[in-house]
Design a protein. Structure first.
Length: 418
């Protein structure tokens, strides 16, 4: 991709989309509120310049990027894709893969990487190809409608997070390789998104250029670092994971004693394993941002508006690098999606034919309803997706003033700098 003759500055608004498999429908509702309600109140379309996603967040980010010429229509397209999902079409148990998977576990036959996992990836690959015209991302980047798109995956042999980056500017990606994160300049295609979405045990690892990749959430479930390094100075983080609540306390301050538990089933353990693998450290990252912002604000009050630039120069950073003030709005689910998933599957009207449906009913009816984690990852059902989209809209409305303030500040700062 050739370097544009004139490289314009941008508001630097980054959208960070976390992983979460079927929970990703929640992100559509939040995005819908931003491109419609926030835009209406501000009186202009919201310029979402940098799109960064992991796992299902990568799929949503690429859908946003591929339809960047339709600021509002792209979210309507995403909503149609999600609400049109059918579980029995997308999740297809592969008997041969299950057999090979079991043989691999005991050291017989070919490796698990070569044989796959419990589900056939072909339906998901087909959905990605139909829903996302990836070649249009190239055109929208050239036109300047977006500035960068990233997809995070986990390289299995090295154990490092690899960020597949496609950006408008042709010169080198602006961050060094590290022991933890490896940036790779690519033209994003379905294979990158499929690799980022390959949940361990459920979907097989994906081979790209001779290397195997799995779900990006193993190391970078919320891709803050790519957005920041690509120039985002305002971040909208959309996270379908429900904030944990404190243990119930009795009047005298004693923790409420939970009833005795039944032995966990294999499906219960699989759900908990996925939760543990897809851990995020968002609270630590946000705390770090707040501390840096506080330091820069205090320095500016004491030493004037040139403090930030002078500090970075003293620290040896180039212009526009180093410590920068970053505004953040973090929208996360106000409701516990695993509980909602279990309630939905337990309803008599829910029906999925075959072994998959029986397994889902077993999980919903046989486990503690508050711990139906596996269901919430695999419930790719159009009606349930519609409910999550509505929750996303509701949660975004609760953050409406902050979202408007973040976007407007970024746009005004951009206009002043031009």
């Amino acid at each position: 991709m050739s370097e544009p003759a004139h490289e314009p500055t941008t508001p630097g608004i980054g959208v960070v989309l976390a992983g979460g498999a079927a929970r990703g429908a929640y992100q559509v509702g939040v995005l819908e509120h931003i491109v419609e309600r926030v835009a209406d109140d501000l009186g202009y379309e919201v310029p979402l310049d940098i799109l960064c996603g992991t796992s299902v967040g990568a799929m949503n980010a690429c859908m946003m990027a591929a339809h960047a010429d339709q600021p509002r229509g792209r979210v309507a397209h995403m909503s149609a894709v999600w609400t049109g999902l059918k579980i029995n079409e997308l999740l297809r148990p592969a008997a041969q893969s299950m057999f090979d998977f079991a043989r691999g576990l005991v050291g017989r036959g070919t490796s698990i990487l070569e044989t796959g996992a419990l589900l056939d990836p072909a339906p998901l690959a087909g959905l990605l190809s139909r829903a996302i015209p990836f070649e249009r991302i190239d055109a929208h980047l050239r036109a300047g409608r977006i500035q960068a798109v990233t997809v995070s995956a986990t390289q299995l042999t090295s154990g490092r997070s690899v960020v597949f980056v496609q950006r408008r500017r042709a010169h080198p990606i602006p961050w060094p390789e590290s022991h933890q994160v490896l940036p790779r300049a690519v033209r994003l295609r379905a294979v990158h998104t499929l690799a980022s979405s390959a949940l361990p045990l459920l979907f097989p690892a994906v081979c790209i250029d001779g290397r195997y990749y799995s779900d990006g959430g193993l190391l970078q479930n919320i891709p803050l670092s790519p957005a920041r390094r690509l120039g985002a100075r305002a971040l909208i983080i959309i996270n379908p994971k429900h904030a944990p609540t404190a243990p119930v306390q009795r009047a005298g301050g004693e923790p409420h004693r939970m009833p005795a538990e039944a032995p966990p089933s294999a499906l219960f353990l699989l759900g908990k394993t996925l939760n543990a693998l897809l851990v995020d450290r968002i609270d630590n990252e946000l705390d770090r941002f707040e501390k840096i912002n506080a330091i820069l604000d205090a320095g500016t009050r004491i030493h004037g508006p040139t403090f930030n630039e002078a500090l970075n120069r003293e620290l040896g950073y180039d212009a526009n690098a180093g410590l920068q003030r970053i505004e953040v709005v973090h929208v996360r689910s106000s409701l516990n999606i695993p509980i909602l998933a279990a309630e939905y599957v337990r309803h008599p009207k829910f029906h999925v034919p075959g072994v998959l449906g029986r397994m889902m009913k077993h999980v919903a009816n046989g486990e503690n309803i508050s711990d139906a984690d596996l269901l919430s990852y695999v419930l790719f059902d159009g009606e349930f997706a519609g409910r999550l989209i509505e929750i996303g809209r509701m949660d975004a409305q609760a953050h409406h003033e902050r979202l408007c303030g973040l976007v407007d500040s970024a746009v005004k700062r951009h206009r002043e700098a031009e």
